[in-house]
Design a protein around this ligand. Structure first.
Ligand code: ATP
Ligand code: MG
Length: 241
């Protein structure tokens, strides 16, 4: 379960202060697929960063598996992330001049997985995204869709409990985007991994169990049957048709 309670985030100080998240509250069940939707600048990425321990909001709690990650020291947050969370960023964040295999290896090295164990996991992750043939190629020589598949291999190689994906299909043509969606939802359904997707795409959002709408740093609505809004006022959670 992921419990987000009273999370607020302000960037900057004094007259430059900007509150990007205001008192966010919800709970997400394990294994759910969740879309975070909202206009540009509404606070989606800020929320994703707060929920995954990439950034610290000033107030509130983010409890994953009973652990309030905001209470952990930075190095323990980093370890928690490396063990439990996979990330897919729109801008890839690949090591361009490293090989495909070495890119996938990175989270395993951070999580201190032995070299021998790494090899088998890398092979399995590349097979899962149908990229085994490119294992020795440099990341920069892949096509856009292949890069996105590599990003997914890197996100799943640690067998995470949660995957965060920021606009995972934003840069792709619709056929390639559909393949990426299939991979992500397949992983969510078959492995019970919680999938949290930031997206502008209403069709993609509709495929998720839960839709969380963000407006001006606040939750404006939550729909779906695998999330609840806790405070300030519990609202009736509607079932998705
Ligand atoms: N480091 C920062 N310093 C100051 N303000 C910031 C910072 N990061 C984000 N913001 C502001 O916080 C608000 C929310 O930003 P965020 O990146 O979360 O939006 P978003 O919903 O992800 O938008 P997009 O769809 O364009 O990616 C925006 O108004 C943005 O300008
Ligand atoms: Mg964003």
């Amino acid at each position: 379960m992921i419990e987000v309670s009273n999370v607020s985030k302000t960037y900057g100080h004094k007259k430059n202060a900007f509150t990007a998240l205001k008192d966010i509250n919800f709970t997400i069940e394990d294994g759910a697929s969740v879309a975070i939707i909202g206009k540009s600048g509404s606070g989606k990425s800020t929320l994703m960063h707060a929920m995954s321990g990439l950034d610290r909001p000033q107030t509130g709690q983010v409890i994953i598996d009973g652990q309030n990650i905001l209470e952990l020291k930075q190095k323990d947050v980093d370890k928690f992330r490396a063990q439990k969370i996979g990330f897919i960023f729109q801008s890839f964040f690949l090591q361009a001049t490293e090989t495909v295999s070495d890119n996938v290896s990175l989270p395993l090295e951070i999580a201190k997985v032995s070299k021998r164990a790494r090899k088998a996991k890398i092979t399995a992750a590349l097979e899962a995204v149908d990229l085994s043939e490119k294992a020795r190629n440099k990341a920069k020589d892949l096509s856009g869709g292949q890069k996105q598949r590599l990003v997914i291999a890197r996100a799943i190689v640690n067998e995470p409990q949660i995957i965060f994906a920021d606009e995972p299909t934003g840069n792709l043509d619709s056929a390639t985007g559909e393949k990426i969606e299939e991979l992500l939802f397949g992983y969510n359904k078959n492995n019970g991994v919680t999938l949290i997707i930031v997206t502008h795409d209403p069709d993609l959002a509709a495929k998720c169990d839960v839709q969380i709408h963000i407006r001006d740093g606040q939750v404006s609505s939550i729909k779906g049957d695998k999330a609840v809004v806790k405070t300030p006022k519990p609202i009736q959670v509607k079932k998705v048709q």
